[in-house]
Write a protein that binds this ligand. Structure first.
Ligand code: UTP
Length: 292
């Protein structure tokens, strides 16, 4: 296979975010702020850092604030300018100039595979990245950048993977895999299982919300049989992809936070706040005094 550049990053953001109700009744989960930045912006910045130039966001009903967030805000900018708030003006402006963003809609939340399928025309016939905005990876080298580098070596689809200890592995897609002989971070995948029972999990290598996929995935998603609730699972399509192409797991360097889960979101908030120069020292002092 000829190795192409990863130019496009897809962000599925059309889910219902039920784990965050009632906050997500009228507000997209992807817009929940981690300290002061919406989850999806962390993902978009990661994609740009990995060299992506086209961002494709899959939205749905009630998700308009995502588009507003990445758009210019002339009234806000004029007001900040008039009040001489130049630093904040820069913050507001920089968001809207981050990247070229295209939006497409998933009219019903019929699963991750279905969300990705909505981008078929926009992605076209080239390999692309998928970032799940509620999986946050804190890493020296951004997670997707590490994966793009691995893709440049392999030219094959690559799934971000993490070791998950204990029964919580049952919440993930899990790889049946073995380390490749030439790069310990790359796992040659034989098979994968979606949300196995703990005792049936073929390994501790779970799939997380970072993917690089070859375009053949679209025709395979189209062939997937819908599961419970009519959902099209991306994992089922990747499983089918294994019959045609090599697919690798990739053990990234960095720390992942499951910010789509309440406890994971709280942990991420604390860790990110502690790392901030402007908040960290005071927050740390306050935490020390907090009666636990
Ligand atoms: P999640 O399963 O974490 O999101 O999907 P969810 O379904 O919105 O959340 P809960 O479980 O009800 O709390 C991961 C990402 O995939 C998107 C979500 O918006 C989220 O960013 N997604 C999921 C879609 O775009 N479409 C879907 O049909 C399902």
């Amino acid at each position: 296979m000829t190795k192409q550049k990863i130019r496009k990053a897809v962000f599925p953001a059309a889910g219902m975010g039920t784990r965050f109700l009632p906050a997500t009744k009228s507000m997209p989960k992807e817009m929940l702020p981690l300290v002061d930045k919406p989850l999806i912006q962390y993902g978009v910045e990661e994609a740009i850092a990995a060299g992506c130039t086209e961002i494709i966001i899959v939205t749905g009903r009630g998700k308009n604030t995502i588009e507003d967030h990445f758009d210019r805000s002339p009234e806000l900018e004029a007001s900040l300018e008039a009040r001489g708030k130049t630093a904040l003006l820069e913050v507001a402006r920089s968001v809207s100039s981050l990247a070229h963003i295209t939006y497409t809609r998933q009219s019903e939340a019929l699963g991750l595979g279905h969300a990705v399928l909505q981008t078929k025309q926009l992605v076209g016939n080239e390999p692309f990245a998928v970032i799940l905005p509620d999986d946050l990876v804190d890493a020296k080298t951004p997670c997707l950048k590490q994966m793009v580098e691995a893709f440049e070596e392999t030219g094959a689809s690559i799934l971000g993977s993490e070791i998950i200890e204990g029964p919580s592995i049952s919440s993930y897609g899990v790889l049946k895999c073995s380390p490749s002989s030439w790069d310990a971070r790359l796992l040659a995948i034989d098979d994968m299982v979606e949300k196995p029972k703990f005792e049936d999990a073929p390994s501790k290598n779970a799939i997380i919300g970072r993917y690089i996929l070859t375009p053949r995935i679209f025709e395979l998603i189209e062939k997937v049989t819908p599961g419970a609730g009519g959902e099209l699972q991306l994992t089922d399509a990747i499983r089918a992809l294994l019959k045609y192409e090599k697919v690798y797991g990739f053990t990234f360097e960095g720390k992942r936070h499951d910010a789509g889960d309440k406890l994971g979101f709280l942990k991420a908030t604390v860790e990110f706040a502690l790392k901030r120069d402007d908040l960290g020292p005071q927050f740390r002092e306050w935490l020390k005094e907090f009666p636990l």
